[in-house]
Design a protein around this ligand. Structure first.
Ligand SMILES: C[S@@+](CC[C@H](N)C(=O)[O-])C[C@H]1O[C@@H](n2cnc3c(N)ncnc32)[C@H](O)[C@@H]1O
Length: 238
């Protein structure tokens, strides 16, 4: 089957699904203001002043990630992520978030009664400070191709990765292929509880595409629901 045909087929019901998700968000809102009220606004203003405009000799990623100091914008985005994964309407879950950045997703999820652990390389001041500000538990670790994750001390009901960068980002010349994705998914499954699920919200890292045909095949063979950048794997068997 041709890649372009496969993609068209996947996206046919997309408009319908997107509209339905929008309706669901309206029907079951997560209000922004109570979340904002939990954040130390004085400290946030200090961070915006200190880190909002990095010096010219700072690494380019610091400038790029300064946008995450717009707390309202990123809380809104992560409220939608939490709603779309239905986390505001389920019992308490253990969540692992790979490449957690500033911890927005886990902050919103925690507010809905879940327990989160973020994984990230660290070392980006905006994210290091936001993690602290939002009170998210983070483990410093670099996800690497073909390397099993360390013991995380517990298993998870949900493993997420949003706007992923571990497979090769803007600043890298390399990209993961199908083999590396397959290894990661196999490895992540070992950290899932029975019934647990993996969700990726991918970056368009492959010349503007979210995956290559080979990587899409890996996802589909494993039974994932793929909707453009969103990849949701089926629940792990008991
Ligand atoms: C574009 S940011 C997204 C942050 C967050 N997921 C979000 O959507 O707000 C990508 C994040 O992935 C982290 N990252 C990049 N490569 C990584 C790796 N190999 N292992 C773990 N984290 C990584 C970066 O430090 C950064 O925090």
């Amino acid at each position: 089957m041709k890649f372009s045909y496969k993609i068209r087929k996947l996206f046919q019901p997309l408009t319908y699904r997107r509209s339905w998700r929008r309706i669901r968000r309206v029907l079951h809102p997560i209000p922004l203001l109570p979340l904002l009220a939990k954040v130390d606004q004085k400290r946030l203003s200090q961070l915006q002043a200190e880190l909002g405009n990095p010096p010219p000799d700072a690494p380019p990623s610091w400038r790029h990630y300064a946008k995450y100091l717009d707390l309202e914008k990123y809380l809104r985005l992560n409220i939608r992520r939490v709603q779309d994964l239905n986390l505001h309407q389920t019992s308490s879950k253990e969540i692992l978030d790979l490449g957690c950045g500033g911890g927005f997703f886990l902050f919103v999820a925690q507010d809905q009664g879940h327990r989160g652990l973020g994984i990230d390389t660290g070392g980006i001041p905006v994210f290091d400070e936001l993690i602290d500000l939002l009170g998210v538990e983070r483990m410093l670790y670099r996800v690497e191709a073909d390397e099993p994750m360390p013991d995380l001390g517990r298993k998870f009901d949900l493993i997420t990765a949003f706007s992923t960068a571990f497979h090769g980002g803007k600043d890298n010349s390399w990209r993961w292929g199908a083999k590396e994705w397959e290894f990661l998914i196999d490895d992540l499954e070992k950290h899932l509880k029975p019934g647990g699920q993996i969700f990726f919200g991918l970056n368009p890292a492959y010349a503007g595409e979210y995956y290559t045909p080979e990587i899409l095949d890996v996802f589909l063979r494993r039974g994932a629901e793929v909707e453009r950048e969103n990849v949701l794997f089926p629940a792990k068997a008991a």
